[in-house]
Design a protein around this ligand. Structure first.
Ligand SMILES: Cc1cc2nc3c(=O)[nH]c(=O)nc-3n(C[C@H](O)[C@H](O)[C@H](O)COP(=O)(O)OP(=O)(O)OC[C@H]3O[C@@H](n4cnc5c(N)ncnc54)[C@H](O)[C@@H]3O)c2cc1C
Ligand SMILES: *[C@@H]1O[C@H](CO)[C@@H](O)[C@H](O)[C@H]1NC(C)=O
Ligand SMILES: *[C@@H]1O[C@H](CO)[C@@H](O)[C@H](O)[C@H]1NC(C)=O
Length: 603
């Protein structure tokens, strides 16, 4: 009697963990198996999508290895508006760039998510799909129509869905539900309206042209020479929607999925030789501060989803990359792939501050503890108020004027005539993204200007053969004439926009700080070099190319060239950086990759 009373609840507990649940490990020593069908390196944005899709088939076993921490229980990660506070905390790798020549030798912090959901757990939530030109260029560069706009449409629809904004307002005219899908990532227009929203739209109506209103950026249809509209963000019910919340959490009950966190893959180990080159189906795992290493085998493939920094770092540590550079680091070259770690592209961003006469900005919330507490309290109680938003409610994508000095003597770097060169994000307060702290008093509007078709290219290289040492990251921000001239035009556009009559009644914006003194184009270029940071959109360090070409790192099926058993699925495979915020394209790439893998193994 007594015994069965004790045993029953125990059985109940063990059945919960053994029969219904993915195993969750925090040390490689806890792994119950040494072999899985697929080993996914990096439980970030792309890695979480693959973990979900590949375990749909209960016969397929998957291990996800994530270097970082769990995404749960971190309020700043859930509250959309507080995403800006996550950089430099325990969910960030805390990378920095090398001194940037284009930025007067400045060194920038380079945020990357160190957490399940990866950079998508710490990003600023803007959700874009890119114009049709973006994808059609990918198709032509890779000679694979599977990447064309028409082909990837189904993957966009499969990855996200448009949900009502947090405040439930009628968003007719702010987004077009007809161009959205039914996937797990929740996307919505701002759930808390701000005074400048109407001013931005009235200015769009008044200026038209490069600021013409587009009801939905995610239709793929770029309007004429520029477009302006409401921000769409990966936010549902007032909370961040990430690959961790949308793809990983819902499948944590699958028995064929194991998740290991706080553990880093330190290299891929050659496990054999095939006619396409060395086979790398063994991953070596370690933890910081210890020289102990474990090994795990992928029966089908190792999938590298370690992101645009982690993926090339791991390839180089494994002897896959430019042979001469590897040899000089005393790493034995196993696959000569000169493009590993090259071609790093990013979107530069300049915060342009304007002091305004109106008190209709959120500056006081950041300055005043009581106001901050009340705003957070409102979010906690009902998922309402300012904190349901990302920092900007509206944005514009613009093409440069045809006679722009940026375009003189070069072919247009944008994907096509329906893709932008620059972006403007309108923020109803002082967005402290750069080096200038929020002033103690005053009301501000920030226009974040970005170059979205940059021609600068940089690199990720090894500083050391220690897998726990940070690599050298050189995004070469503002290193070309195009990039600096395009940024100057965007800064001028921000001023033109805020000089329009709708702003003159209450807001009366006046350029603030260094911007006020940047009168000529030359001054504005200096201002940009002194104040630019990045939008945190690095891409391209393991780019895809046609299978038989002598450039690139993966083929258009995302298989590592010159080797066997490895596929790369993350933003590093982008053949060229898209003219939009890039998490949407990462989801699309990951969804297509899941289909490519399933079809390769008849799953
Ligand atoms: C601060 C910030 C703001 C951004 N804002 C936006 C935005 O508003 N809109 C937008 O569209 N995009 C934004 N982005 C970019 C977007 O979030 C990323 O492009 C996207 O999430 C990248 O996805 P990924 O799968 O390539 O890499 P990640 O999501 O970074 O995933 C890589 C994962 O691999 C793990 N990892 C790395 N190395 C190893 C290893 N050796 N072993 C095990 N695990 C490893 C990492 O910890 C991480 O979890 C932002 C990014 C940042 C950092
Ligand atoms: C990044 O820095 C923060 C603050 O010092 C620290 O808590 C965190 O552990 C660091 N991240 C990593 C991956 O070391
Ligand atoms: C903002 O200004 C209006 C009009 O001058 C005033 O009524 C209101 O109290 C002010 N609000 C704050 C928070 O200062």
């Amino acid at each position: 009697m007594k015994l069965s009373f004790l045993v029953l609840p125990l059985l109940h507990l063990s059945s919960l963990s053994n029969l219904c649940s993915a195993a969750f490990f925090t040390s490689p020593s806890q792994l119950s198996k040494k072999q899985y069908d697929f080993v996914i390196v990096g439980g970030g944005t792309a890695g979480s999508v693959l973990a979900n899709r590949l375990t749909e088939n209960s016969k397929v076993s998957v291990l996800v290895i994530e270097a970082g921490v769990n995404h749960q229980g971190n309020l700043n990660l859930e509250v959309p508006f507080l995403g800006v506070t996550l950089s430099g905390t325990q969910v960030d790798w805390n990378f920095t760039t090398t001194p940037q020549n284009g930025l007067n030798g400045r060194v920038l912090p380079y945020a990357r998510g160190f957490v399940l959901g990866g950079s998508g757990s710490i990003n600023l939530l803007t959700f874009n799909r890119g114009s049709d030109d973006v994808w059609n260029r990918w198709a032509s560069l890779t000679k694979d129509q599977g990447w064309s706009w028409n082909s990837v449409k189904k993957y966009y629809l499969k990855s996200s869905s448009l949900v009502p904004p947090a405040d439930g307002h009628d968003f007719t005219g702010q987004a077009n539900p007809a161009v959205h899908g039914n996937g797990p990532v929740e996307v919505s227009v701002p759930g808390f309206s701000l005074p400048i929203d109407d001013l931005v739209v009235s200015t769009s109506n008044q200026l038209g042209g490069r600021f013409s209103f587009n009801v939905d950026f995610n239709s793929g249809k770029f309007v004429g020479v520029g477009e302006l509209g409401f921000m769409q963000s990966s936010i549902g019910g007032g909370e961040r929607s990430s690959a961790a919340t949308a793809y990983l959490e819902p499948v944590e009950s699958r028995r064929n999925l194991d998740i290991l966190i706080n553990a880093q893959v330190t290299k891929l180990i050659q496990s054999g030789t095939s006619k396409s080159g060395p086979i790398f189906q063994v991953a070596e795992i370690g933890q910081p501060g210890s020289s102990k290493r474990w090994q795990v085998m992928a029966l089908k493939e190792v999938i590298l989803s370690a992101g645009v920094i982690g993926t090339p770092q791991l390839l180089l540590l494994s002897g896959i990359g430019p042979s001469a550079a590897l040899t000089s680091l005393q790493i034995t070259p196993l696959v000569d792939l000169p493009d590993v770690g090259t071609n790093l592209a990013d979107h530069p961003l300049v915060p342009n501050y304007f002091q305004v006469s109106s008190n209709g900005t959120w500056d006081d919330v950041l300055r005043n503890g009581d106001n901050f507490g009340a705003t957070l309290g409102l979010w906690q109680a009902s998922r309402q108020g300012l904190f349901v938003n990302s920092p900007g409610n509206t944005l514009a994508y613009t093409r440069l004027p045809a006679n722009s000095p940026a375009l003189a003597g070069i072919s247009d770097p944008a994907a096509g005539s329906r893709s932008a060169h620059t972006e403007l994000i309108f923020v109803d307060g002082f967005a402290p993204f750069g080096s200038v702290p929020q002033p103690a008093t005053g009301n501000f509007v920030t226009v974040l200007t970005a170059v979205v078709s940059p021609t600068s290219r940089g690199s990720v290289t090894l500083a050391s053969t220690d897998p726990f040492a940070k690599p050298l990251i050189n995004p070469s921000i503002l290193s070309t004439n195009f990039d600096i001239q395009a940024m100057v035009q965007a800064i001028k556009d921000a001023q033109t926009f805020l000089n329009a009559t709708p702003w003159q009644k209450d807001f009366k914006p006046v350029p603030f700080g260094d911007l006020a003194n940047a009168r000529t184009d030359t001054d504005k270029a200096s201002f940009a070099r002194q104040n630019s940071v990045t939008v945190n959109h690095p891409a391209g360090t393991a780019r895809m190319s046609p299978a038989n070409s002598n450039w690139g790192v993966v083929d258009s099926q995302l298989k590592l060239k010159g080797a066997q058993g490895v596929r790369i699925v993350d933003a590093s495979v982008f053949p060229v950086i898209p003219e939009c915020h890039i998490q949407g394209p990462v989801y699309i790439v990951a969804e297509r990759a899941a289909d490519l893998i399933k079809s390769a193994y008849g799953l």
